[in-house]
Design a protein around this ligand. Structure first.
Ligand SMILES: Nc1ncnc2c1ncn2[C@@H]1O[C@H](COP(=O)(O)OP(=O)(O)OP(=O)(O)O)[C@@H](O)[C@H]1O
Ligand SMILES: [Mg+2]
Ligand SMILES: [Zn+2]
Length: 463
């Protein structure tokens, strides 16, 4: 007896599958993101499996010769680094990002660069007409590249084209949410369409061995199926992030089957497109004003790259009757509360009657606990009115009893600080055993502290 196709519901935000419809997705907590999806009856496929149509799969020993996939560098170093060294043939990369952040710009620049190296590259847009893409290419100064363009949303047509084109090395699809398959009975951008279109394109990429780059819009409203729905189908997922009000953009890998996920690429958006930023610290510190209380420089780490950032704190007498304000941009609110409590309890700093504002300048988001010491220094400086020394950087994790704890990669942080002309570093005291820190860079004076109160007394002494 043939079963009726059953119904399931898929969250357009996170891709979780639910048996029943609900107003809120219990996997990710978003509202109104569940969408109905038809599921084909399993009868046909399970008959094929049980009917003995399968052939034996060759089994192999774990030990054996390894052939690493050859990589094609796009020629944009910041992108290649995040990819893990370049594009891998027959692999699929999903590039997600907020509307207008610069996805099309990045990929048009990368595709042109790759085409310029003599590779066959196709750029297929479902969002813009060929004229618009040409106009952008002119603005970006890549109009001369031997890149093949197409404006289409029809996946059947696109796959037929790809099958007929020999030597295609890379294909950009901008965006997967505009793609459409006639056989799927729903609108472009729905979970069913996005998944089915991606499946067909990925199959073509595996069969013809080209690198496939899919653009995916990130949507909060759930009107379109977000990149999360595709994350498990692709080999690598990258997010292009940035603050529309700021110039710089960061490409971050969220998943990579062919490389590490802790690398970032840094770009600056200009009217001539995206420029690579090979020295992010200089960019992030460019607008720093010396001699202002409440500012401290954090020697941070993004992936394997050291990055210097300015942390700014502002204290103001609490306004009104309610709880004091804790406003944080670029750092964790919970962590700020913890640090404030530690400073108050262990160092006697009176902060509970104050509104606290904390900002990581430039719009970068910091997740490292190593930033604790820089945040504490900025807060102490704001409280005392004494600026931190302009040539000083800070890093170290702070524990609940006020102890300053070791963090990874101290040497790399110190080296970056010295490179940018800093002459003092405040950092965790070395523990006697397992001490692997090499000699500090020339001209850098280290002040190792074991407890956060050392920070306070030094600041107060300077007063
Ligand atoms: N004529 C222009 N001159 C200068 N900058 C421009 C111009 N047109 C666009 N830009 C910049 O490029 C950005 C848009 O980039 P892009 O179209 O690559 O983004 P996207 O992520 O592909 O956006 P969408 O979500 O609309 O596809 C704009 O936010 C703006 O900063
Ligand atoms: Mg675009
Ligand atoms: Zn969800």
């Amino acid at each position: 007896m043939a079963k009726k196709p059953s119904r399931t519901y898929v969250c357009t935000n996170c891709g979780a599958v639910h048996a029943k419809w609900a107003g809120q997705c219990d996997a990710c907590g978003e509202w109104n993101t569940l969408e109905e999806m038809a599921v084909e009856p399993l009868a046909a496929s399970s008959a094929a499996v049980r009917g003995g149509k399968g052939r034996r799969v060759a089994l192999q020993a774990l030990e054996g010769e390894i052939k690493l996939p050859p990589r094609t560098q796009t020629g944009i170093a910041e992108l290649d680094r995040v990819l893990g060294g370049g594009l891998v043939p027959a692999s699929v990369v999903l590039v997600g990002g907020d509307p207008g952040i610069g996805k099309s710009t990045l990929l048009l620049q990368a595709a042109s660069k790759l085409a310029g190296k003599g590779e066959r590259v196709l750029y297929i847009s479902g969002e813009e007409a060929v004229d618009q893409i040409r106009l952008r290419a002119q603005r970006l100064g890549v109009a001369g590249a031997k890149l093949d363009l197409a404006a289409s949303i029809n996946v059947a047509d696109i796959v037929a084209t790809l099958e007929a084109e020999p030597d295609v090395r890379a294909v950009v699809i901008d965006s997967i949410q505009t793609m459409w398959l006639e056989t799927i009975d729903s609108a472009p951008g729905t979970v069913s369409q996005v998944r089915a279109c991606a499946f067909e394109l990925i199959r073509a990429a595996k069969r013809r061995s080209f690198s496939l780059i899919l653009v995916g819009h990130v949507t909060k409203e759930g009107a379109l199926a977000g990149p999360r729905v595709l994350e498990h189908m692709v080999d690598a997922v990258m997010y292009f992030e940035g603050d529309r009000g700021h110039q710089f953009r960061i490409l971050r890998a969220a998943k990579n089957r062919y490389g590490a996920t802790d690398e970032i690429g840094v770009f600056a958006m200009t009217d001539r497109g995206l420029e690579e930023v090979s020295n992010p610290s200089a960019l992030f510190l460019a607008e720093r004003r010396g001699n202002i209380a409440g500012s401290a420089v954090f020697a941070g780490l993004e992936g394997t790259r050291p990055v210097l950032l300015e942390v700014q704190a502002l204290l103001a007498p609490k306004g009104g009757d309610g709880a004091p304000r804790r406003a944080v941009v670029g750092w964790d609110t919970g962590r700020l509360s913890m640090l404030l409590a530690v400073l108050e309890t262990r160092c006697g700093l009176k902060l509970s009657g104050m509104d606290v504002y904390l900002n990581v300048a430039g719009g970068l988001k910091v997740a490292e606990p190593a930033a604790d010491l820089a945040v504490a220094a900025a807060l102490v400086s704001a409280a005392s009115g004494v600026p931190t020394s302009p040539g000083e950087v800070y890093f170290g994790e702070v524990g609940l009893s006020g102890e300053v704890r070791q963090v990874a990669q101290a040497d790399a942080r110190l080296k970056e600080a010295a490179k940018l002309g800093f002459d003092r570093a405040v950092l965790p005291r070395r523990i006697a055993r397992g001490n692997t820190r090499s000699r500090p860079p020339e001209g850098l004076h280290l002040r190792e502290i074991g407890h956060i109160s050392d920070l306070v007394s030094a600041e107060m002494e300077a007063e």
